[in-house]
Design a protein around this ligand. Sequence first.
Ligand SMILES: *Cc1c(COP(=O)(O)O)cnc(C)c1O
Length: 328
Amino acid sequence: MIGLAAIEDARTRIAEHILSTPLVGSPTLSKICGVTVKLKLEHHQATGSFKLRGATNALLRLTKAERERGIVAASTGNHGRALSHAARMLGSRATICMSGLVPENKIAEVRRLGADVRIIGRSQDEAQKEVERLVNEDGLVMLPPFDHPDIVAGQGTIGLEIVEALPDVATVLVPLSGGGLAAGVAAAVKAMRPHAKVVGLTMERGAAMKASLDAGRPVLVEEFPSLADSLGGGIGLDNKVTFTMCQALLDDVVLLSEGEIAAGIRHAYEHEQEILEGAGAVGIAALLSGKIPPLSGPAALVLSGRNIDMKVHRNVVNGLANPFEQEN
Ligand SMILES: *Cc1c(COP(=O)(O)O)cnc(C)c1O
């Protein structure tokens, strides 16, 4: 388990490379929920998501020789983008393996950042096999998107900033996929505020961490296209760090439908003037859905990313059919 000391170290290490993001009040959500609601604007981070924190911390923890060999990862987009940015910033080279489900806009951005992109298969697990090949055959250093102590510690720095900005925080809502973000944030928040609740939010279909927590061990789930594409993918059957931490630290996991996620994106745009990708909007979606009563305040929501295809965003805010909505 990653503790407060590792997260505080990470903060010192990455401080000059990342933005300490604002925590701003949301009058509309506060009114709807009847308690103070604040938004942690991680989508304003360079590369458009919080992933830069973990990527920068992990890269800075490598030796110079390891950085020179180059790094490799499987990614649904935002981790790859963050690693590519961090590699360029810190004098390394990134190779990013992605599944065919990753949206074109994210692939293009990773290429633009100078990484070597490989598109492999139809799932994150297939992309991961290519990562292992490159580690074994070409000697690259693997930096996985979530299941790594230095990645979790880097994401946990968000939790430190939340507690400092909102010392009496009672509830923290975090998007949940592989659990690097949720594990890190929960570790930081609970170390400083043991009574605060930390709730993970994810989509209904293909929620690997939720299925694994229910089963009591990491399990495989089928992947589906979702508006929250950054939340797709398994947690790894040999998960070492995030499963145990989420099991120990999360108070609850709430699942959201595609329609609820769309409503979250729309609310962010119309009432907060913020552009969010689906994964970034699940906190707002959860509050609007009424699935988290009773909400103790003050509450902080992590808005985790903004990297949405703008055509999809336009359709969502215009209330046009959501391509991923389940018909039944
Ligand atoms: C990666 C990501 C998440 C989920 O983070 P995990 O550490 O895998 O749980 C949530 N939102 C966005 C925008 C992401 O890129």
